[in-house]
Design a protein around this ligand. Structure first.
Ligand code: G1P
Length: 304
């Protein structure tokens, strides 16, 4: 049995501007955009809860009341659903976060970057290893969720663990990219991490996706970080500094990841989740078959 203290706290940075989805994100945070019938943030929270997290820390900007409202009790709605006997719907809105789970909202007053957002959570996280989930990276795993898989690795090794996947070479400028060595215990040990390098400067094609289990030592590293890529205080640069003294592993989790920060990724996730949904599957499949048929007919007839 492991003697390590379990990781209990997860930070959800939700203060980004979501410019790629304007005007939809003019008054709501991008993390509140729904995939089928749940907002992105709820999928990330469910992944964290499944992994045993019991303290959810949201780092928000001032305008993000929608996120706290989503996880709060909605008395009027609950009363109406109860009176109407809509038990299933009632369960869907009351059982999002179990009662023993705490929620903390921290404000990031200036949009200075992901590293700065994480620093804003320092006093709540305190001196223990913690998780970070970026809700716009949605991960659909065949069994246990990506964070649960990563916590298993952390539990075995005591190291920090970062979720990675192979990305196309031309996409390196959109990700943190890691260089790894294969360690004796079979894990991939990170020796280099660079934020959004040009393809020719990238140490590999292993891109960081939005899941991290980090030592609290990252906070002191982040405090010394200067603005980096995009003029922002980057989490990647804090992790790079931490590599000098701490073991950090790259973990290629089992699962499909959707980049829901991009419109294409968001639409792909919507299609796949709809096809997984027992009430929607047949209807959506029929619709898509019709579209594909129409496209093939148009293609054969030489239409552009
Ligand atoms: C952030 C991180 C980057 C990581 C990415 C994953 O970038 O800075 O290292 O690869 O998330 O989604 P962002 O997408 O916020 O620009």
């Amino acid at each position: 049995m492991s003697q390590r203290k379990p990781v209990r706290k997860a930070v959800f940075p939700v203060a980004g501007l979501g410019t790629r989805f304007l005007p939809a994100t003019k008054s709501i945070p991008k993390e509140m955009l729904p995939i089928v019938d749940k907002p992105l943030i709820q999928y990330a929270v469910e992944e964290a809860l499944e992994a045993g997290i019991d303290t959810l820390i949201f780092v928000t900007s001032r305008k993000k009341h929608a996120i706290s409202d989503h996880f709060d009790t909605a008395f009027e709605l609950e009363t109406r659903l109860a009176e109407a006997g809509k038990v299933d719907l009632l369960a869907r809105i009351t059982q999002i976060v179990p009662k023993n789970v705490s929620r903390v909202h921290v404000t990031q007053r200036e949009a200075l970057g992901l590293g700065h957002a994480i620093l804003c959570a320092e006093s709540i996280v305190d001196d223990e290893p913690f998780a970070i989930l970026l809700a716009d990276d949605m991960i659909r795993s065949p069994g246990r969720g990506a964070l649960a898989q990563m916590l298993d690795v952390h539990d075995q090794t005591g190291a920090s663990v970062i979720g990675v996947e192979e990305i196309p070479e031309k996409m390196t400028r959109s990700y943190g990219i890691v260089g790894v060595n294969h360690a004796e215990d079979g894990f991939q040990e990170i020796h280099t991490i660079v934020e959004k390098p040009a393809p020719q400067d990238a140490p590999s094609r292993l891109g960081v996706v939005g899941r991290y289990v980090l030592s609290p030592h990252v906070f002191s590293c982040l405090r010394d970080v200067q603005a980096g890529a995009g003029g922002e205080i980057q989490l990647t640069d804090g992790i790079a500094a931490m590599l000098k003294s701490h073991r950090v592993l790259a973990y290629p989790f089992a699962g499909v990841r959707y980049d829901c920060g991009s419109r294409q990724g968001f639409i792909k996730a919507t299609i796949d989740y709809a096809l997984d949904h027992h009430e929607l599957r047949d209807d959506i499949l029929e619709h898509m078959s019709g579209i594909l048929l129409q496209y093939s007919v148009e293609k054969e007839s030489g239409k552009p």
